[in-house]
Design a protein around this ligand. Structure first.
Ligand code: COA
Length: 262
């Protein structure tokens, strides 16, 4: 399969998926969102693949939603906006409902929507120097589509603090909040990844798929038709065309503070 925004490598039982828009820190635009969803659907359908490892090429794992593309959504109709936001939500759902063991390895920065990929995955390994943030409120929007996955993973107390302040936090804090499983230095990343792959390859692939379903059931997140996915898509669709969202994204590209920043 030929992708423009991803690099895929297949090994025995394992697929490595690298986000590949390093010039914009692997920001999630429509094309990357579409391709990543497609590749997860494809991997999910392959019996020979048991573990999927997601990484980012270049300086950072991922800078979250592509703000140029989000800002441009102001020129689209509300229904086009909702359909677009639903595709973003669908990406996180596809990762979350995947029947494979999903490992995410992060470095550099992991901002906004990037944390949706982490929250939807099974194991997250972070380089100690990685900067994290749910920066959305500082951009005049909210972490809408990722919130069902993030809140289910880290709980309301951490989500309130991190999502309402939009502050940066460290890899060690991310581990304490439960967003990350293991913090390593750069040299330790491949070993840590290999160890988790080995653990997953000792487990029955059917049991992994069943256990993931079990964990969704006991945590009340097993319904792929949960209306929350539509509601959160509608919220972000409205926010990104509203004055605060437009000002926040404009300020980012003009490298200035938005008008509300004191
Ligand atoms: N969307 C679109 N473009 C982005 C982007 C995003 N989310 N994040 C970074 N870029 C672009 C920058 O505009 C810049 O483009 P330029 O070279 O044309 O000026 C380029 O990527 C490099 O960004 P820069 O900020 O110089 O890189 P950095 O390595 O110093 O910092 C980040 C990396 C991720 C910490 C920083 O880019 C950042 O904070 N980005 C915003 C992330 C964000 O708030 N996302 C939430 C979206 S909801």
């Amino acid at each position: 399969m030929d992708f423009k925004t991803l690099k895929i490598q297949l090994g025995e039982s394992i697929a490595w998926v690298n986000l590949d828009r390093p010039e914009v820190r692997n920001a999630l635009n429509a094309e990357l969102i579409g391709e990543l969803t497609e590749v997860f659907d494809w991997l999910n359908s392959r019996d020979d693949i048991r573990v999927v490892v997601v990484k980012g090429n270049g300086k950072c794992f991922c800078a979250g939603a592509d703000l140029a593309y989000m800002k441009a959504m102001a020129g689209f109709s509300y229904s086009e906006n909702v359909a677009d936001a639903e595709r973003l939500s669908k990406l996180f759902q596809t990762v979350y409902f995947s029947n494979k063991a999903v490992i995410v390895c992060v470095h550099g920065a992991c901002i906004g929507g990037a944390n949706g990929i982490l929250a939807a995955a099974d194991v997250v390994i972070a380089e100690g120097s990685t900067k994290f943030a749910f920066s959305e409120v500082r951009l005049g929007i909210t972490p809408a589509t990722i919130s069902p996955f993030v809140v289910s993973k880290i709980g309301n107390t951490a989500a309130k603090e991190l999502m309402l302040t939009g502050r940066r936090f460290t890899a060690d804090e991310a581990k304490a909040f439960g967003l990350v499983n293991l913090v390593v230095d750069e040299a330790g990343m491949l070993d840590a990844e290999r160890q988790y792959i080995d653990h997953f390859l000792h487990a029955s692939p059917d049991a992994i798929a069943e256990c993931k379903h079990l964990l969704r059931l006991v945590s009340g997140t097993a319904d792929p038709y949960n209306p929350i996915f539509q509601q959160t898509s509608q919220l972000i669709a409205a926010q990104r065309v509203a004055p605060a969202g437009q000002e926040g994204m404009k300020a980012f590209f003009e490298k200035r503070a938005p008008e509300w920043d004191r």
